[in-house]
Write a protein that binds this ligand. Structure first.
Ligand SMILES: Nc1nc2c(ncn2[C@@H]2O[C@H](COP(=O)(O)O[C@H]3[C@@H](O)[C@H](n4cnc5c(=O)[nH]c(N)nc54)O[C@@H]3COP(=O)(O)O)[C@@H](O)[C@H]2O)c(=O)[nH]1
Length: 940
C-alpha cells in the first residue's frame, strides 16, 4: 500500500481519530480480557485435571496403605506367637519402602479379665511400665466401658514421640470401636481421621484386624472368634496431601481444606504457598478461585477435602502479554485500516452515487438510459423538459419515437422490431461490438413533433451481462440557429444578404484554385449618385436603395448558368464574379446591369435615379489572384467614372498608371490651399454687340512644386471624387468675392464674375447659404456673382433644382448653364428653369462658320435662349470669323482665346486697362469692320 494512500486514508477529521483511538483501546481491553479468560480457562482445566489426578493418587495411597496393612496383618496372623520386636522388624522393613512420617503399629485385643495378665505379659516381654492407658493423645476420646481393650503393643519407627503410643488403648477413640467392628465385618481396611491433641494436626488412622490364624476366615463369626488385635498405620494427613498436591500443583495459592461436619475443629487449611506479596490490588477485584470437593482417604461421608486454587493476574506472562498485545494491535490496525478503507470506499461510492444522482437530476443535458434495443430505462428531469414527455410516460417506450417524432407514428409502425433497433443504433452511431463513447449531432422530435437539433454523447456500458446505453442529449437548436445567423453575419452582408468582402474573396480564391484553366471575370460596380440619395433622403432610404440594387444585380445575374458570386464590397460598391465568362461576356453582362440599375427607383414617395460605373478585370489576363483582379477592376471602374459614369470599362495596363497619377494628384491637392499653390485666373467675356467687357469667368489654376502645372480638367474630377472640391470651391468663391470687393473701390465695380460650381458643391444643401453669407460679409450686391453649372448638373434632380435655381435667381445671382448642347437637356425643363445665361459649348463654336451643323446648333441654341429670355455666351471663340458670325447671330457674349486667354488677376487688370473696358477699343480693324458691317446692316 502506498504511503500516499495511507496518508489519505488517515487524513480525517478529529472525530474519526478519537473513534479510532477509543475503539483501539477497547479492542486491546477486549483482547486482554480474552487473554485473561483463556489463561483462566486453561488454568481451570489444568486444575481439575490435577484434581482428578489428585484423587487417583489418593486412591493409590489408600491401596498402598491397604497393601501394607494386609501384609502386616497376614504376617502377624500367620505367626502363632510373635514378639513385638519381630513385628517392628518386619514393619520397619515395610516402612522403609514407604515415605513420609507413617507410623505402623500393632494393637492387641484383650478383654477386661485379661487386662492384668496382659500387662504382666508385656512387662515380661520388656515393657516394664506397660499399663493399658486410656489417656489418649487424640482429640476424640470416649470413656472406655472397659469390656475390652485395644492397647498398642508395638510401633515403628520407635522414637520418643511414637513410643508414647505404646499401651494406649485405641478403644478410647469412639470412632475406632465402630471402625474396628466394621473392619471385622468387611475384613477390610477402615480409616478414621483424628486430630492430635497437642498439635491439632490431623492424622489418618488406618486399621486392619489381625487374627490368630486368618486362614479360611470367610465369615464374620469366624473372624470374630479369631480376631487378636489390629495392625494400624498413622499418617499425618497434611504430609500426605501436601506431597500429592506438590507433585500435581505447582501453582502458588493452593489450599487444601479438610472439612468434617461433625466436628468443626478438624476443619483444616493447608496452604501450599501462603506468600501473598506477589498479589496485585486488582486480584482482590477478580478474586477468582477454582474449587474442587473430593472425598477424603477415609471415605467417610462426614468428611470432605476441598482443594482451592486462587487465580491471579500474575499468571499472565508479561512476554505473552506484550506479544499478544502487539499482535492484537497489528491486527487491530490492519482491521481498522481495512475498515477505514472499506468505509471510505463505500462512502466514496455513496458520494459518487449521490453525485451521479444529483448530476442526473440537475443535468442541463437530457440524460436517457436505454437497453441495447433502445427501450428507455431512465429519463431525467431535463429530458422531461427537452422532449416535454413525463418520466413515467417515457420509461419503457422506444427511443425511436424521438427519432421519428410523434407526427410520424404511421411511419414508425412500418418498422419491425429489428428495424427499430437498427434505426436506433444507426442514428446514434452505436457499435455494440466495439463500444466507444461518441458524440453525434442528430435531429430528434419532442412530444409535439417539434424538431430538436441535438448533440448526443453516447456511451455503452456492460453491467451484469446487460448492455446499457447512456445518451446525453444537449439541445443545440438555438445554438445552431445562432451559428447559422453568425455564419450569415460572418459571410454575408446583413443589409443586402449578398456575400461580404472576406467571404467573396475566399470564394473567388477557391474558384481560381479549383479551376485554374477557367476564364473568370470580375465586375466592380460603384453606384453613381448614391451619396446624393444618402445626403438628401437619409440613410434609411439609401439602405433601401442598396437592397433594390442588390436585387436587380441578382435578377440580372441569375440567368447565368455558370458559377457566380455577388458581393457587396462596401458602401455602394458591388462586385460580381462570373465563372466561364470572358471579357466580351462580362461587357454584355455589364450592359444589362447598367440598364437595370439606371431604372428609376421608387422608395415610399421618393423617386430616385442612380447609375453604375463598372470596371471589368478578367482572369487570367488581368491578374492571377483575387486581390490583383479586384484592384484592376476597381481601376477600370474609376475609368468609367472618369468617362462620365453609367458605363463600363475593361481594364488595361494604362489605367493603372492613370490611377496612380490620380492618387498622386489627390494626395498633393489635399494640401494645395495650405501650400498656397492655387490661383484664380479670369477670362473676360465681352458683349458682341458693343465690345464692352461685361464680366469674367473665374478659372482655377494649380501650380504644384512636384507635379508642376496641373490643368483643371485633370484635378477637378479628382477633387469631385474625393469631395475635395467642396474645400476648393469654397476657396475659389472666397477669392472671387474678395476680388469683387476690391473692384468695388475701382472703375471695375460693375464687372461680374462667373464662378464654376461643381455638381458636388451645388448638391451641398449649405451651398447657397454659404455663398450668401460670404457676399453679405463682403457687402456686395449678389448680381456681381454668376453661378455657372454644367448642363448635366442642371438636368439631374430636376424637381429639387427648380427650387434651388429659383432661390438663387431670387437672391439676385446670375445662373448660367455651361457646355450647353453637350448633354441631354430637356427643353420642357429648360423652360421651367429660371436661368439667366446659356453657354454654347466650344465644340459647337469650333465649326463655325464653316460647319453647317455647328452653325445650325448655335443658331438653335441662340433662338431657344432668347425665346426663354436668356442670354447666350459663346465659349471658345478663337477666330474673328467665329466672333463675327456669332455676333451676326445675335449671340450676346463671347469668350475665348481670340478675346483673351484666362489671365491672372494682375494681367487681367492690365488687359482691362489696355482695352479701356471695351474689346473693340484696341482692335481698330475689328472696329472698322464692325462699323462697316453696321452701316451695311443699316443700309439693308
Ligand atoms: N468647378 C469648377 N470648375 C472649374 C474651375 N476652373 C475651371 N474649371 C473647369 O475646368 C474645365 C477646364 O477649364 P480650363 O482649363 O480653365 O479651360 C477653360 C478655358 O481655359 C477654356 N477656354 C476658353 N476659351 C478657349 C478657347 O478659345 N480655346 C480653348 N481651347 N479653350 C478655351 O475653356 C474652359 C472654360 O470652360 P467653361 O467652364 O466650360 O467655360 C472647365 O470645364 C472649367 O469649367 C473651378 O474653379 N471650378
Amino acid at each position: 500500500m502506498k504511503t500516499g494512500y495511507l496518508k489519505h486514508l488517515f487524513k480525517s477529521n478529529p472525530k474519526q481519530w478519537q473513534l479510532l483511538i477509543i475503539s483501539g483501546f477497547l479492542w486491546l481491553l477486549f483482547t486482554n480480557f480474552q487473554l485473561t479468560l483463556n489463561q483462566y480457562a486453561q488454568d481451570e482445566a489444568r486444575f481439575y485435571n490435577n484434581v482428578k489426578e489428585f484423587i487417583s493418587k489418593q486412591e493409590i495411597e489408600i491401596k498402598r496403605s491397604d497393601t501394607l496393612l494386609h501384609a502386616l496383618s497376614e504376617y502377624y496372623s500367620a505367626q502363632t506367637l510373635k514378639s513385638n520386636l519381630d513385628f517392628r522388624h518386619f514393619a520397619s522393613g515395610l516402612v522403609k519402602n514407604n515415605q513420609g512420617d507413617m507410623i505402623i503399629g500393632l494393637a492387641s485385643l484383650i478383654n477386661r479379665s485379661q487386662k492384668a495378665e496382659f500387662e504382666n505379659q508385656q512387662q515380661r516381654l520388656g515393657y516394664e511400665s506397660f499399663r493399658v492407658d486410656d489417656d489418649f493423645i487424640f482429640n476424640q476420646q470416649q470413656e472406655n466401658k472397659k469390656y475390652a481393650y485395644l492397647p498398642v503393643v508395638a510401633v515403628t519407627p520407635m522414637n520418643p514421640k511414637n513410643s508414647s503410643l505404646l499401651a494406649q488403648d485405641l478403644f478410647t477413640i469412639p470412632k475406632l470401636v465402630k471402625k474396628f467392628a466394621a473392619s471385622l465385618k468387611s475384613n477390610s481396611t477402615q480409616r478414621i481421621l483424628l486430630a492430635e491433641k497437642q498439635s491439632g494436626n490431623v492424622v489418618q488412622i488406618s486399621i486392619l484386624p489381625t487374627y490368630v490364624n486368618n486362614n479360611y476366615l470367610t465369615s464374620h463369626e469366624q473372624r470374630l472368634k479369631a480376631v487378636r488385635g489390629i495392625v494400624f498405620t498413622i499418617e499425618p494427613l497434611e504430609q500426605v496431601l501436601s506431597k500429592i498436591a506438590r507433585e500435581l500443583f505447582t501453582e502458588r495459592d493452593l489450599s487444601l481444606i479438610l472439612r468434617q461436619s461433625e466436628d468443626i475443629r478438624t476443619t483444616k487449611h493447608y496452604f501450599i504457598d501462603e506468600d501473598k506479596s506477589h498479589h496485585h490490588a486488582i486480584d482482590h477485584i477478580f478474586n477468582w478461585e477454582f474449587i474442587a470437593k473430593i472425598p477424603t482417604m477415609s471415605n467417610a461421608e462426614s468428611q470432605s477435602l476441598e482443594i482451592r486454587e486462587t487465580w491471579h493476574l500474575e499468571r499472565l506472562q508479561t512476554w505473552d502479554l506484550l506479544k499478544y498485545n502487539l499482535i492484537a494491535l497489528i491486527i487491530y490496525l490492519l482491521i481498522a485500516t481495512l475498515l477505514i478503507a472499506f468505509y471510505r470506499y463505500t462512502y466514496h461510492l455513496q458520494e459518487i452515487e449521490n453525485r451521479l444522482k444529483q448530476i442526473f437530476a440537475t443535468s442541463q443535458d437530457a440524460v436517457i438510459i436505454t437497453d441495447e434495443k433502445g427501450h428507455i430505462e431512465e429519463w431525467n428531469p431535463q429530458a422531461e423538459k427537452t422532449f416535454d414527455i413525463k418520466r413515467e410516460d417515457a420509461i419503457g417506450d422506444s427511443i425511436v419515437n424521438l427519432i421519428m417524432g410523434s407526427a410520424k407514428d404511421n411511419d414508425l409502425s412500418r418498422y419491425s422490431e429489428s428495424g427499430r433497433i437498427e434505426l436506433f443504433q444507426r442514428t446514434f452511431d452505436l457499435d455494440l461490438d466495439n463500444p466507444q463513447s461518441q458524440t453525434n449531432e442528430v435531429l430528434l422530435f419532442n412530444a409535439h413533433g417539434k424538431q430538436i437539433t441535438a448533440e448526443v454523447a453516447s456511451s455503452i456500458l456492460q453491467i451484469n451481462n446487460n448492455t446499457e446505453i447512456s445518451l446525453f442529449v444537449k439541445d443545440i437548436t438555438h445554438q445552431r440557429k445562432t451559428e447559422e445567423a453568425m455564419t450569415q453575419m460572418a459571410f454575408y452582408d446583413p443589409l443586402t444578404g449578398l456575400e461580404n468582402r472576406s467571404f467573396f474573396k475566399k470564394s473567388v480564391t477557391e474558384v481560381l484554385k479549383n479551376n485554374p484553366y477557367h476564364q473568370v471575370s470580375i465586375l466592380f460596380m460603384d453606384l453613381d449618385g448614391f451619396k446624393k440619395v444618402n445626403d438628401t433622403l437619409g440613410h434609411s432610404v439609401g439602405d433601401e436603395l442598396l437592397k433594390v440594387i442588390a436585387k436587380r444585380i441578382q435578377t440580372t445575374i441569375r440567368d447565368s448558368r455558370d458559377k457566380v458570386h455577388i458581393c457587396r464590397f462596401g458602401g455602394d460598391e458591388f462586385i460580381i464574379m462570373l465563372e466561364n465568362v470572358n471579357a466580351n461576356g462580362a461587357a454584355n453582362v455589364s450592359k444589362r446591369l447598367l440598364n437595370k440599375v439606371e431604372r428609376t427607383i421608387k422608395i415610399a414617395e421618393d423617386e430616385m435615379d442612380v447609375s453604375g460605373s463598372i470596371g471589368i478585370a478578367c482572369y487570367p489576363d488581368h491578374g492571377s489572384d483575387v486581390d490583383t483582379l479586384l484592384r484592376h477592376a476597381d481601376t477600370a471602374m474609376y475609368q468609367s467614372k472618369a468617362m462620365g459614369k453609367n458605363t463600363y470599362s475593361l481594364y488595361n495596363e494604362n489605367m493603372e498608371a492613370q490611377l496612380e497619377e490620380k492618387l498622386l494628384i489627390e494626395k498633393h491637392l489635399r494640401n494645395a490651399i495650405e501650400n498656397d499653390e492655387l490661383e484664380v485666373y479670369y477670362q473676360p467675356q465681352v458683349s458682341l454687340s458693343s465690345g464692352h467687357i461685361n464680366g469674367v469667368e473665374a478659372l482655377l489654376r494649380w501650380h504644384n512644386p512636384t507635379l508642376g502645372f496641373v490643368p483643371p480638367d485633370k484635378f477637378i474630377s479628382i477633387a469631385e471624387d474625393s469631395q475635395l472640391i467642396l474645400k476648393l470651391g469654397e476657396w475659389v468663391a472666397q477669392t472671387c468675392i474678395e476680388q469683387l470687393q476690391i473692384w468695388q473701390q475701382t472703375h471695375l465695380a460693375n464687372l461680374h464674375i462667373a464662378m464654376n460650381v461643381s455638381s458636388v458643391q451645388f448638391e451641398d444643401p449649405d451651398f447657397i447659404d454659404q455663398i450668401s453669407n460670404m457676399m453679405k460679409q463682403a457687402n456686395l450686391p449678389n448680381h456681381l456673382l454668376e453661378i455657372e453649372l454644367t448642363e448635366r448638373t442642371v438636368m439631374s434632380n430636376v424637381s429639387d433644382n427648380i427650387v434651388r435655381f429659383n432661390q438663387i435667381r431670387s437672391s439676385g445671382y446670375g445662373l448660367s448653364v455651361d457646355d450647353f448642347g453637350t448633354g441631354y437637356s430637356s427643353l420642357s425643363y429648360l423652360k421651367r428653369f429660371p436661368l439667366s445665361i446659356l453657354k454654347i459649348d466650344k465644340s459647337f463654336v469650333d465649326g463655325i462658320p464653316k460647319d453647317d451643323d455647328d452653325k445650325s446648333i448655335a443658331t438653335a441654341i441662340l433662338n431657344l435662349a432668347h425665346s426663354l429670355n436668356m442670354h447666350v455666351v459663346a465659349e471658345g471663340v478663337e477666330t474673328i470669323e467665329q466672333l463675327l458670325f456669332l455676333r451676326e447671330l445675335n449671340c450676346d457674349f463671347a469668350q475665348g482665346y481670340f478675346i483673351s486667354r484666362p489671365l491672372p488677376i494682375y494681367e487681367l487688370e492690365e488687359w482691362l486697362q489696355l482695352n479701356k473696358g471695351n474689346f473693340y477699343y484696341r482692335h481698330n480693324d475689328l472696329k472698322q469692320l464692325i462699323d462697316a458691317e453696321s452701316l451695311r446692316y443699316e443700309n439693308l
